[in-house]
Structures are given as C-alpha cells and as structure tokens.
Design a protein around this ligand. Structure first.
Ligand code: UGA
Length: 459
C-alpha cells in the first residue's frame, strides 16, 4: 500500500480535470488549480464543464474529500509534493506551440518553492521545454537541489478519457534522477501494481483489467518527444488510409475491406485506419504542426508531416466536392447534417471538420438543418442559428424535407437510426456519409442513394 500523496494539478482543462479526478480516484489528495474564478467556483459546486463519461460520478465521489479546487497556486504548491502542469499550449501563428502559460506558471510555482518539489509537464510540449522550465525556476532564485522537472505525457482520448487515464497502454515518465522517478512511480503505483483494478468501486470500463499498465522510464527529452511522435504517427496513419480510400474510389474497391486486410497485420494494427473526412480536434492538427516546427528548429526537415497536413485538408475538400456532384447546384438546397463534434462521444467542436464544412455549405447558399447528440450548444456559439441555419432536436427533424443527408461525425446513435423512417422523411433519399457508418448493400435495400468514403461510386 502506498502513501497518499498530495498533488497539485495546474489547469482545469480537459487533461488537468481528468488527471485531477483520476489521481483522487486512485487514492491521492489533489488540489486542482485554475486562475479562472468562475470555473473553479462551478467545479466546487460539482458542475462538470465537459461531456465525458464517468467524470461527473468520480467528481461527485471525491469532491470535498480528496479533491479540492482553488485559484491559489501559491498555497497549492506549498502543500504538494508534485505539481502537474496541465495548462494550454495553443498553436501560435508560426505553427509552434505557444508556451506563455507554461512560462507564467513556472515563475509562479518558483516563487512558492521552499522545499523539494517535483514539477511534472502534463501538457503536450516541445522537446527542451523541461530545460526552459528549470531555467525559469532557477532565475527566480530556487536552488537546483530543491526541484526536478519531469515529463509525464498524457495519452487520453476525449470521450474515453477516464478509462484511458486509468488503464493506459503505458505510463511514460521522463526523469533525470531516481529521486523524481520514485515519486512518480509512487503516484502511479495503484495502477501499475494492479491494486486499483481489484477495488469494488473501480470504474466499470477498467474493473476487469488483468494487465496493469507498464511504466516506461525515459529521459525527460525522450518523454516530450514520445508525446509529439505518437500524435503525429496516429495522424499520419489516418492520412495514409484517407489517401488509400481515394485510390480505392478510383480503382473501384472498398477501403473498409482494404483497411481490414492491412490492419490484420500485427505490425500495423487495425486502429486508426478508418477513412473519413480527415482528423480534427484540439490535438492532432495542433501537434502535427508543432512537431514539424520543432523538427525544423532542430534542422530536420520533416516533410512527411507537411504531407499529412496537406492530405487532411484535401480530404475535406474531396468530401465537399462529393456533395456538390451529388446535388449539382447548391443555392437553396436543404442539407440535413448529422454530426457537429470532431468525433463521436464528445461535445468538443475544436477543429471539427463538420464545422468547417457547414460554413462552406452556407457560403454556397445552402439551407442547413443540423443535429448532434451533444455538441449543438457549443456550435451555436460559433455558428448561431440564422435564416439558413437551424438546429434540430433529433436526426429525423433535421432530415425533414432535405435534399440530402450528410453524416459528418461517427456517433453510435446515427448507426441505430430507423432507416425506413429516415428514407420517408427526406425529400430525396440521398445519404452522403463522411464516416462510412453504414453497409452499402443495406442502404441500397432501403432505397437510398448512398455515397461514402473510399467505396467506389454510389449505389
Ligand atoms: C488524440 C489521441 O488519440 C490521444 O492519444 C491524445 O492523448 C490526444 O489526442 C491528446 O493529445 O490530447 P483525441 O483528439 O481525443 O485524442 O481524438 P482521437 O480519437 O485520436 O481522434 C482524432 C481525430 O481523428 C478525430 O477527428 C477522429 O474522427 C479522427 N479519426 C480517428 C479518423 O478519422 N480515423 C480514425 O481511424 C481515427
């Protein structure tokens, strides 16, 4: 049994909030810090600002007990053994990561250090950030033996963040000495020993886990690079299958079959080989650009990543053209759009291909009726309802009298739609599916003209 460790998590965004709640869940005392007073006060009231499975339950379980919320970074630093930095690293104009929040937090932490602390980079940051953080802390007069800067990148996906955190494929700790490594290992011990999974009230998705996650101990620089390289590789895998899907379309083959065959090779693996309308979200677009920039700064031309970005943009353009060629003209046509979030299972619309495409359809004079199980409220903030854009209460309402139905997000709810009801609700039974959710033969049997991605022509 390990001791209860006091941990500060700075930043209550996606990564920070999930990490805070999960550290509490595995038995630690957590102080979650943010400078946004309103956010902290609503978290104190138990309100969860993001749509994420298990997060509300876990917050309710630990709130006022092993998780506290505060704006006082100074006090949080004083009381904690480890300080996880999970603040935003947005994309700057050059494509590089803007590290000004990390810089500001490092100075503030430094001013509160009076005894040994381990500072942990949890945000996705470029290689060498640990050295910068160390320099900032030293400049603020903290002796070198009073702190260590380490890297512990996070690999959680939105929508499955809690389960991903509690049962990761691996836990990477980038450290420069054993003192820091010992503390990080102790923090994750309930997971790596498998002890957490035996507890009766463990999160259902991980309770039955038999293989505890392994710890990979690396240098701090390697850990920073592991995060960027992992995201860039996954983005590359998606772009690769997207180009293959275009070859399939031209050759008259089905990319779903090709993907199955390729992914069955254990060296390649079946995941992230789903062709579609390109990747989105708050991570892949930003991290591919940042990693390319990091490489450039180090004198390495990572042209492959430029190509990944180009393919991703092209995939959206091709989908737009597919819709145009199905409808011939756009002005005055009514489009039913299913899906706004950048992927199913989340209300996040950051860099969502759906939002971009809707903007283009509106510019062409289409009338859009959109539906998403979770992301409508967020979308209204960037695309307010208007004479040409409305939001429906369900898929059938969106489909009413539409000239075509477009599927832009892979929600399970869409797979379960009543196809006959949909068919009779649409003005024309045209479905253009950017996520390949349906079987072509079944769609044909239900009387649809069904166009999808990488599956030769229409039926
Ligand atoms: C991604 C990574 O998967 C996480 O490991 C990482 O921790 C996270 O970024 C991050 O850096 O914070 P996330 O952005 O939540 O997670 O979403 P993904 O499930 O990876 O999907 C990203 C995009 O790729 C979505 O638009 C999705 O629709 C698309 N995608 C994914 C495909 O088009 N095809 C696929 O086969 C898989």
């Amino acid at each position: 049994m390990t001791e209860k460790i006091t941990i500060a998590v700075v930043g209550s965004g996606y990564v920070g909030l999930v990490a805070s709640v999960c550290f509490a869940e595995i038995g630690h005392q957590v102080i979650c810090v943010d400078n946004d007073e309103a956010k902290i006060s609503s978290l104190r009231d138990g309100e969860v600002p993001i749509y994420e499975e298990y997060l509300p339950e876990l917050l309710a379980r630990h709130r006022n007990k092993s998780i506290e919320f505060t704006t006082d970074l100074h006090a949080a630093t004083r009381r904690s053994q480890a300080i996880f930095v999970a603040v935003g690293t947005p994309q700057s104009q050059t494509g590089s990561a803007d590290l000004s929040y990390v810089d500001a937090v490092a100075s503030e932490i430094a001013r509160s250090i009076t005894e040994y602390k381990v500072i942990v980079e949890k945000s996705t940051v470029p290689v060498y950030t640990n050295e910068w953080i160390s320099r900032v802390i030293e400049r603020n007069g903290v002796p070198r033996d009073l702190f260590d800067v380490t890297s512990n990148p996070e690999f959680l996906r939105e929508g499955t963040a809690v389960v991903d955190f509690l049962h990761a494929d691996r836990i990477v700790i980038g450290v420069e000495n054993e003192r820091a490594a010992t503390l990080l290992r102790a923090i994750y011990e309930p997971l790596t020993s498998g002890r957490y999974y035996q507890t009766v009230d463990a999160v259902p998705g991980v309770r039955s886990s038999v293989d505890p996650p392994p710890i990979l101990q690396t240098s701090t620089k390697a850990a920073e690079l592991i995060k960027h390289a992992s995201n860039a590789f996954l983005a590359m895998k998606i772009s690769f299958i997207n180009v293959v899907s275009n070859v399939c379309e031209a050759a008259g083959a089905d990319v779903e079959e090709v993907s199955r065959g390729v992914g069955a090779d254990a060296r390649i693996g079946p995941k992230f080989l789903k062709a579609g309308i390109g990747y989105g979200g708050s991570c892949f677009p930003k991290d591919v650009a940042a990693f390319r920039y990091v490489a450039e700064q180090l004198g390495v031309d990572f042209g492959l990543l430029r190509e990944v970005e180009k393919i991703n943009a092209e995939q959206k353009r091709r989908f737009f053209q597919k819709v145009r060629s199905a409808l011939w003209t756009f002005r005055g046509k009514k489009l039913a759009v299913l899906g706004l979030a950048f992927k199913g299972g989340t209300d996040d619309i950051r860099e969502s291909p759906a939002i971009d495409l809707i903007g283009q359809f509106l510019m062409e004079g289409c009338i859009v009726s959109a539906y998403d199980p979770a992301a409508i409220e967020r979308t209204k903030q960037v695309l307010p309802p208007s004479g040409t854009l409305s939001y429906a209460k369900d898929a059938y309402e969106a489909a009413g009298e539409a000239d075509a139905l477009l599927i832009l997000t892979d929600w399970q709810e869409f797979v379960e739609l009543d196809l006959d009801r949909l068919r009779y609700t649409l003005r024309y039974p045209i479905v253009i599916d950017g996520r390949n959710l349906f079987d072509r033969v079944i769609m044909a049997q239900h009387g649809f003209t069904y166009l999808s991605v990488g599956r030769a022509g229409g039926v």
